[in-house]
Design a protein around this ligand. Structure first.
Ligand code: ADP
Ligand code: MG
Length: 729
C-alpha cells in the first residue's frame, strides 16, 4: 500500500520554496488601479453620467437608461484598455461563496464584423439560471430564472482579465436569493433611523452609514499535506488527528515572526488586494500554530463586506501559487484555536463624525450615549437572533472552545462605561429636573467620559460582543461566513431601537420636556430595560451559563433550535416591518440554513465513515499482523520464556482490537442513523435528526481513531499528523 503521508513528506523535503518578487512600487502608486472608482469614472464618463452614478451611490437614486448606456460604454473602454475580454455580474448566493458567469464583450454584427460591445442593459440586469443556487423554496422548478441587478454603491473591478460588476441576486418574483439585497436594505433602514436621531445633535446630518472593519483569521497548510488528508480536502477540517505534544501551550506563535514562506504568500495576496482597492493594514500570526490574521482599514459596510469576500477568494487562489492552502474553516483542528471574523462595527455621519466615539464635551457624549445605549438595547432584544445568524456546523464547533466566545449573547463595555450607565440610571429622576440638577448631571455623568477609556484595551476575550473604545466588535462571527447575514440583523435591530427612541423622545418634547432632558429620560429607561445583557465576567464559567439562563439571554445549545429563532414572532416583526426581509424570504433562509447544515454534516459523516473503514482499520490490522508475526517469532525462539517478552505486544494487540471493534460498530450505527434520517421528507426534521442522532458519532468515532494513532507504528500511519499539518511551513 502506498503511504500518501510519506509521499507528501518526501515531496516537501525536496521542494524549493516559491520566491515572490512582487513590485517595488509604493502601494500608493498602484492602490485601486483595478477599480472603476470615482477618479476613473470622472475620466471615462460624460459629466452627466458621472453625476448620475454619484447620485445613485450617495442618495440611492435610480439611473436611467440613457446614462446606463453611457456608463456601460465608459466601463468597457476602461476595461478593454487593460486587456479585459469578459465581464461578469458578481453576486453572493446563499451558499456562502461568490458566483460569477463570464460573458465575452465581443460580438459578431449582422454584417459579419467582430466588435466589442457592452450595453447599459447588460450592466444593469442579467438573468443567470438560478436553478442550482439555494433558494429555500423561493424558486419554482418551472421558473429557474433569477435576476442579478447592478449595485452601483460597490464599484466594478477587474479580476483575472474580467470586469466584475457587483450585483444583487433576486428571484423572478422579486425575492432576494442572496445576502447583499437585504443587507443593502438594512443599511438604508439604519441610515434613515440614525440620521433622524443624529439630527437632535447636529441639524446638518443628512446620512448615517455603518462603518465595518473585518479582521479575518485563517490557517495555512502545505498543499502536499492537504492532498494527503481526504478530510481536509472534502470538508475543510480534520475529522481525526491526535493533538500534537506541542500545540499552542507555549503561546509562542501569537505575534511571532511570520515564517518566510507564509510572509511571501501574504505579500503576494496583499499586492493583489491593494490593486483591487482593499485597504489591508495589519497582518500577524495568530495563537494557533500556522494560524494568521489580516485586517483592512474599516470602510462603509457594503464595501467592507464585498472586499472581505473578494479577499477570501484572492487568498484561496494565491495560496495555490505558493503550494499552500488557506483554510477559512472555523475549527479545522481540535484543541487549538479556531478562526473567527471579528466584525468591528460603528456608525458615521456624513459630517465625518463617528457616532460611537465618546468625544470630549457633554454634548458629544450625549450623542455617543444615545447611539451606544440604543445598540446595547438592540443586542438585548435580538441577541438570540444575532447568535443564530452566526450558527452553522463549523462555527458551532468553534464557539465556546479555545478562546472563542461561547454561544451565549452578552455585551462587554468595560468598567468606565459601566459606571457611566450606572450613574445615569441612578441619577436621572423620572420627573422634571431643576436646572441645577441638569447641570450637575451633565457634568457628573455625561461630561465625565474620558476620550480614551483605559479599560477598553483590556478586552474581555470571552465576550461575544464588546465595545472597543469607538466601535463595537462582534466576535462570534465565523471566519468563513459572509458577515452580511449578521450585520443585516444588527443594522435592522439598531434601527428599530433608534426609531423607538425617537418616538419616545418626541412624545416627551411634545409634553414640553426639554430636548436634552427627554433624551436622558428615555436613555435611562433603555438602560433599565436592557442592562441584563451586560456582562463583564468570565463568559466561559459554568456560573455565567446558569446566570445567563436566569436572565433569559440567548443561549445556543442546539444548532437546529438556534435556526428556529429566524421564525419566532419577534424576529419576523423586526425584519418584515422594516422591509428588510419578507416572511417568505425569512422562511427560505431558515430552510437553507437547515439544508446547508444537514448536507455538510452528511458529508463529514460519510468522509469519516469511509476513512475509518478504508484507511484506519486496515492500517490497524496491518500493524496487528506485524505484532502477531513478532509474537509468534518470539515464541518459536524462546518457547515458554517468551511469555514475559510478549506482554507489550499482547497489550497493544488487545487495545487495537478494542478500538477497531468500537470504530467498526459505531461507523455502522452511524450509517444506520443516516439512513433512517434520510428517509424523513421534511428538511427541518431531517436536520434535527441529524443533529441529535448523527453528530455525536463524529466525536465518538474520532476518539478511538485518535487512540489508535498513538499506538500504531508511525511508519504505517497513512495521513499527515497534527505536528506536520500545524508546524510545517
Ligand atoms: P484589534 O485586533 O486590536 O481589534 P485590529 O487592528 O486587528 O485591532 O482590527 C481593528 C479593526 O477595527 C480594523 O479593521 C479597524 O479598521 C476597525 N475599526 C477601527 N475603527 C472603526 C470604526 N469606527 N468602525 C468600524 N471599524 C473600525
Ligand atoms: Mg485583531
Amino acid at each position: 500500500m502506498e503511504n500518501f503521508r510519506f509521499k507528501a513528506l518526501a515531496e516537501l523535503n525536496g521542494r524549493q520554496p516559491v520566491r515572490f518578487e512582487g513590485t517595488d512600487k509604493a502601494v500608493s502608486a498602484y492602490f485601486a488601479e483595478n477599480v472603476f472608482d470615482r477618479d476613473k469614472m470622472r475620466k471615462y464618463l460624460t459629466h452627466e453620467a458621472f453625476e448620475a452614478v454619484v447620485e445613485a451611490i450617495d442618495e440611492g437614486a435610480k439611473i436611467n437608461r440613457k446614462f446606463a448606456d453611457q456608463i456601460a460604454s465608459g466601463m468597457k473602454s476602461w476595461a478593454i484598455e487593460r486587456g479585459v475580454t469578459h465581464y461578469t455580474h458578481w453576486f453572493h448566493p446563499l451558499n456562502e461563496s461568490t458566483a460569477e458567469k463570464h460573458d465575452a464583450f465581443f460580438e459578431i454584427t449582422k454584417s459579419g464584423n467582430c466588435i466589442e460591445n457592452f450595453r447599459g442593459e447588460l450592466l444593469i440586469q442579467q438573468e443567470p439560471d438560478a436553478s442550482s443556487f439555494p433558494s429555500g423554496g423561493l424558486r419554482n422548478t418551472f421558473e429557474a430564472r433569477g435576476y442579478t441587478a447592478w449595485d452601483p454603491s460597490s464599484p466594478a473591478f477587474i479580476h483575472d482579465k474580467t470586469l466584475c460588476i457587483p450585483t444583487v441576486f433576486v428571484s423572478f418574483t422579486g425575492e432576494a436569493l442572496d445576502f447583499k439585497a437585504p443587507f443593502l436594505k438594512s443599511l438604508a433602514v439604519l441610515d434613515k433611523a440614525a440620521s433622524a436621531v443624529a439630527q437632535y445633535f447636529d441639524r446638518d446630518v443628512r446620512h448615517v452609514f455603518s462603518t465595518v472593519g473585518l479582521e479575518q483569521e485563517y490557517f495555512v497548510v502545505e498543499e502536499a499535506l492537504y492532498h494527503a488528508r481526504p478530510d481536509l480536502m472534502m470538508t475543510g477540517k480534520t475529522l481525526m488527528g491526535h493533538e500534537a505534544a506541542r500545540n499552542q501551550q507555549l503561546g509562542d506563535h501569537y505575534f511571532g515572526t511570520i515564517p518566510e514562506r507564509v510572509a511571501m504568500f501574504m505579500r503576494d495576496f496583499e499586492e493583489e488586494a491593494y490593486r483591487l482597492g482593499i485597504p489591508l493594514k495589519t497582518r500577524h500570526n495568530e495563537v494557533s500554530p500556522n494560524q494568521y490574521e489580516c485586517a483592512p482599514n474599516f470602510e462603509e459596510g457594503n464595501l467592507a463586506v464585498d472586499h472581505n469576500l473578494l479577499l477570501m477568494s484572492i487568498m484561496k487562489n494565491i495560496a495555490k501559487r505558493h503550494n499552500l492552502r488557506v483554510l477559512f474553516h472555523e475549527k479545522p483542528y481540535m484543541n487549538v484555536n479556531g478562526s473567527g471574523k471579528h466584525c468591528n462595527w460603528s456608525l458615521a455621519s456624513d459630517q465625518g463624525v463617528n457616532l460611537l466615539s465618546p468625544g470630549k464635551t457633554p454634548r458629544n457624549n450625549l450623542q455617543f450615549l444615545t447611539f451606544f445605549i440604543c445598540t446595547i438595547r438592540a443586542v438585548h432584544e435580538h441577541g438570540l437572533l444575532l447568535m443564530s445568524s452566526v450558527t452553522n456546523l463549523s462555527n458551532y464547533q468553534r464557539l465556546g472552545t479555545c478562546e472563542a466566545p461561547p454561544p451565549i449573547m452578552s455585551v462587554f463595555i468595560g468598567e468606565t462605561l459601566q459606571k457611566v450607565l450606572n450613574s445615569l440610571e441612578e441619577k436621572i429622576p423620572n420627573k422634571k429636573m431643576t436646572p441645577d440638577e441638569k447641570t450637575e448631571l451633565k457634568l457628573d455623568v455625561v461630561g465625565k467620559i474620558p476620550e480614551i477609556m483605559p479599560d477598553t484595551t483590556d478586552r474581555n476575550r470571552t465576550s461575544p460582543f464588546t465595545f472597543s473604545g469607538n466601535r463595537f466588535e462582534f466576535r462570534a462571527v465565523g471566519a468563513s461566513s459572509n458577515c452580511a447575514a449578521s450585520l443585516l440583523i444588527l443594522n435592522t435591530a439598531v434601527a428599530q431601537q433608534l426609531n423607538i427612541f425617537k418616538t419616545e423622545v418626541d412624545e416627551l418634547i411634545e409634553k414640553n420636556v426639554k430636548k436634552d432632558e427627554a433624551i436622558l429620560q428615555v436613555l435611562r429607561s433603555f438602560i433599565v430595560k436592557s442592562k441584563n445583557i451586560l456582562f463583564a465576567g468570565n463568559s466561559y464559567s459554568e456560573e455565567w451559563r446558569k446566570e445567563a439562563e436566569k436572565r433569559g439571554l440567548g443561549i445556543i445549545d442546539s444548532i437546529t433550535d438556534a435556526f428556529k429563532t429566524y421564525l419566532n414572532p419577534k424576529s419576523i416583526k423586526l425584519l418584515t416591518e422594516s422591509g428588510v426581509l419578507s416572511k417568505r424570504e425569512l422562511e427560505s433562509r431558515y430552510e437553507i440554513k437547515n439544508e446547508t447544515f444537514l448536507k455538510k454534516l452528511q458529508i463529514e459523516s460519510r468522509v469519516l465513515g469511509d476513512l475509518a473503514l478504508n484507511h484506519i482499520i486496515p492500517t490497524a490490522i496491518q500493524y496487528q499482523n506485524i505484532l502477531i508475526q513478532n509474537v509468534q517469532g518470539l515464541k518459536g525462539l524462546f518457547g515458554e520464556k517468551a511469555s514475559e517478552m510478549i506482554i507489550p505486544q499482547m497489550r497493544a494487540l488487545e487495545k487495537i482490537s478494542r478500538h477497531v471493534k468500537e470504530i467498526n460498530i459505531k461507523v455502522y450505527q452511524m450509517i444506520d442513523e443516516r439512513k433512517k434520517a434520510n428517509a424523513i421528507d421534511d428538511t427541518v426534521k431531517r436536520a434535527e435528526t441529524y443533529f441529535i442522532n448523527v453528530l455525536p458519532f463524529l466525536d465518538s468515532i474520532r476518539y478511538h481513531i485518535d487512540k489508535l494513532e498513538m499506538i500504531i507504528d508511525d511508519e504505517l500511519w497513512p495521513m499527515p499528523k497534527y505536528r506536520e499539518l500545524l508546524f510545517f511551513h
